[in-house]
Design a protein around this ligand. Structure first.
Ligand code: ZN
Length: 129
């Protein structure tokens, strides 16, 4: 499953619109029902960029999805392969926290190394009310 999602995230990365940062991120968001939504970062000349994680969530949520299993994230400067982990930014962590439970996995990929995190590992003591 991770293998498939890694390939999907890598494909999504190619769709990144990132002429300002030149940092391309691709994501594969898997729902509990088995559907996978692709996401990529989309920038503009203002400050309204959206990350690959929130792109995938927005696509899925706007189609009625509410139960999520994992998100796979692949990111690196344009034209290169990832040499470091690309983990969700703080804004995305808080965004995802709204919709996921402790079993949700955030998967990062560097070469053959695949790491898995829970939301509470990446967002301890999160804001909730
Ligand atoms: Zn983000």
């Amino acid at each position: 499953m991770y293998k498939e999602d890694i390939e999907i995230a890598k494909k999504a990365r190619l769709f990144s619109w990132s002429p300002y940062s030149n940092f391309q991120v691709g994501t594969a968001l898997r729902t509990k029902s088995g559907k996978v939504y692709m996401g990529c970062n989309i920038e503009n000349c203002g400050i309204q960029a959206i990350c690959g994680e929130r792109t995938a969530f927005a696509k899925a949520l706007s189609e009625g999805e509410r139960e999520f299993e994992s998100i796979t994230v692949v990111g690196a400067p344009k034209g290169t392969e990832p040499t470091e982990e690309c983990l969700p930014c703080g804004y995305c962590r808080q965004f995802m926290n709204e919709f996921v439970d402790e079993n949700f996995k955030i998967i990062s990929v560097v070469g053959d190394e695949v790491k898995e995190y829970s939301i509470s590992e990446l967002l301890p003591h999160s804001f909730k009310f």
